[in-house]
Design a protein around this ligand. Structure first.
Ligand SMILES: C[S@@+](CC[C@H](N)C(=O)[O-])C[C@H]1O[C@@H](n2cnc3c(N)ncnc32)[C@H](O)[C@@H]1O
Length: 275
């Protein structure tokens, strides 16, 4: 079901999110960076009910931000991209970095995660809940199409025609990271997972069986998994150092990453195209 945006529903969502965070992270009085605050519903609850100092960053600036910042001086909204935040956000300056259903929309997720690593205190924690690209609902068209995974089974033009839409909307174009790629990024940036939950709600087995020819090309776990939620932190003794991967432990460690010398692609003979 699509989320509601009346004031009551927005305040309730903000309070529910805050309560969830407080159970996991003990948020009272903390300095928090919220990525993708949208209308600021969660930021408001965190400032108003939990005495937090909030910085929110979002490339979509909302008309209500000015009013919210005037009412709650401990909130600062920044019109910007988490992959390239303003220079006045200092290293090691946040206790917590949080985001609800934002990462699937982030362009350049590696850069954005690197910025999170830079901005978090060594004792800080990062909370993220995100939709995964191969989930049945990742196209964000699930209220319009009755079919799961339209983005994996049809081209964007076919979907537009099917739904008689002039364009698919920004939410359609989610990034294509798999959970395994997130895990690789976490390791590289020294993030350890200390809480992990998966939502598997929208898998349609009958539809999967019918279209197994196309859907069977993806790992089934990916097709089953709609959302993940994690809390990340750093090793207290070696914060922000990459997490060694035991898979590589027995491989002799070269001084530099080995490079494979690529041979140039063979080119067709100049007159080959004419035949
Ligand atoms: C689906 S909305 C979620 C809003 C809010 N967190 C919530 O739970 O209702 C995703 C938000 O992420 C923002 N967003 C997308 N890319 C971003 C980026 N690179 N940096 C920060 N925010 C981003 C979008 O502009 C949008 O406001």
């Amino acid at each position: 079901m699509a989320p509601k945006y009346d004031m009551k529903a927005r305040d309730k969502r903000g309070r529910d999110y805050a309560e969830h965070l407080d159970k996991l992270l003990d948020i009272r009085g903390k300095r928090i960076l919220e990525i993708g605050p949208h209308l600021g519903d969660l930021s408001i609850v965190l400032a108003r009910d939990y005495d937090c100092e909030i910085v929110g960053i979002d490339p979509l600036e909302h008309p209500n931000w000015g009013e919210v910042m005037a009412q709650y001086p401990s909130i600062r909204f920044i019109h910007g991209d988490m992959a390239d935040p303003p220079a006045d956000l200092e290293d090691n300056s946040f206790d917590l970095i949080i985001s609800f259903v934002v990462w699937e929309h982030v362009r350049h997720p590696w850069s954005a995660l690197s910025q999170c690593q830079r901005l978090l205190k060594p004792t800080g924690k990062k909370f993220m809940r995100a939709n995964l690209y191969r989930s049945a609902i990742a196209s964000h068209l699930y209220t319009k199409t009755k079919e799961p995974w339209p983005h994996l089974t049809y081209s964007p033009n076919e979907i537009k025609k099917k739904l008689k839409l002039p364009f698919l909307g920004w939410a359609f174009w989610v990034n294509k990271l798999t959970y395994q790629q997130y895990l690789f990024y976490f390791r590289q940036l020294g993030f350890y997972i200390n809480h992990q939950v998966f939502w598997k709600v929208h898998f349609d087995a009958a539809y999967y069986d019918k279209y197994e020819q196309r859907l069977g090309l993806y790992p089934k776990w990916d097709l089953e998994t709609d959302f993940f939620e994690v809390v990340l932190d750093f090793d207290p003794d070696a914060p922000k150092m990459p997490v060694a991967d035991p898979v590589y432990a027995r491989m002799p460690q070269p001084e530099h990453e080995p490079q494979i010398e690529l041979q140039p692609e063979p080119q067709p003979a100049p007159d080959a195209e004419k035949t």
